[in-house]
Design a protein around this ligand. Sequence first.
Ligand code: BYC
Length: 335
Amino acid sequence: MYTQAMDSQPKDEREPKAVRSLQEVELERRFDAKIDAGEFIEAKDWMPEHYRKTLLRQISQHAHSEIVGMLPEGNWITRAPTLKRKAILLAKVQDEGGHGLYLYAAAETLGTSRDEMIDALHAGKAKYSSIFNYPTLTWADIGTIGWLVDGAAIMNQVPICRCSYAPYARAMIRICREESFHQRQGFDSLLTMMREGTPEQRAMVQDAVNRWWWPSIMMFGPPDDQSPNSAQGMRWGIKRVSNDTLRQRFVDATVEQAKVLGVTLPDPDLKWNAERGAHDFGTIDWAEFKRVIAGDGPCNRERLAARRKAWNEGAWVREAALAHARKLATRQEAA
Ligand code: BYC
């Protein structure tokens, strides 16, 4: 019989089950028909084990990315140049914490607890976005993250609002609304520096763009022909648009925005191709991408150490909240 319990799963999530009952074949046929009809799957609906595990993999990675993503920007909250920028940055980092929570909650509907996901992150077993393993060296990095990293995130995440798994799609609708504010505040911060700043500030923006451009376009994941999860993810409507198509859309949109800002994107091969109706761009260093997602990027160790420290130091808060909830429940029972 179908179960959502983790301990009954085959070790390799890409491995199809060898023997299936007739009942399971029929359930899968109905599931496929729902997907083909563009219907949503809810948490209580039957789903193939591989669908559940694929979603869990993607949503937990996404949740961890939001939480780890708070760190590079959080480093600058105490050093924001004005009260206005500090308030904006605080709000943005808090939003990211909220996005992580929506996403952990969506992943929990698939049968894995938040504690299990967090343990996997802290043990170095769970992935999070490559982009958060790069350092934030100057204030211009904060604007650049908003412009490029949140810009890439929106490009990737808007199609996920139509993901076939309804709890994830609902979480993404809320997240995307906030991401567009994140992107605009980043662009606005850079525009202020470029238009009203000193030559040193303008050079700082260009330097930040030089460092963040290539990691930002890596965020969309490996090229389509080297993306092992894409075909099945697209078949199931988890992924709606391919890695390379999203990357191309992002490059095309960003080139125009870079002109408004007055910065140069650090790619001598970037040029309009009239035949394709899109920009050609240079070769991405996929060896660097693989190193970073394997744990050997500039800040991987620092990021995980910061998360583990925050988790350990927050233990007393979790214990106090649980004790308080237990006390309230006892009082309510007695009343
Ligand atoms: N970093 O077969 P593929 C944010 C992995 S949050 C690390 O194409 P898939 C933000 C991939 O997981 C940004 N790993 O996979 C937050 C797979 O490994 P596994 C996060 C990556 O799932 C705060 C392998 O490479 N956004 O934007 O079909 C502030 C092969 O890839 C990356 C999301 O998570 C990467 N960049 O497609 C500001 C969105 N790329 O799992 C901003 C949701 C690939 O087989 N996720 N890998 O071991 C997705 O849309 C998809 O999961 C991906 C990858 C496009 C990322």
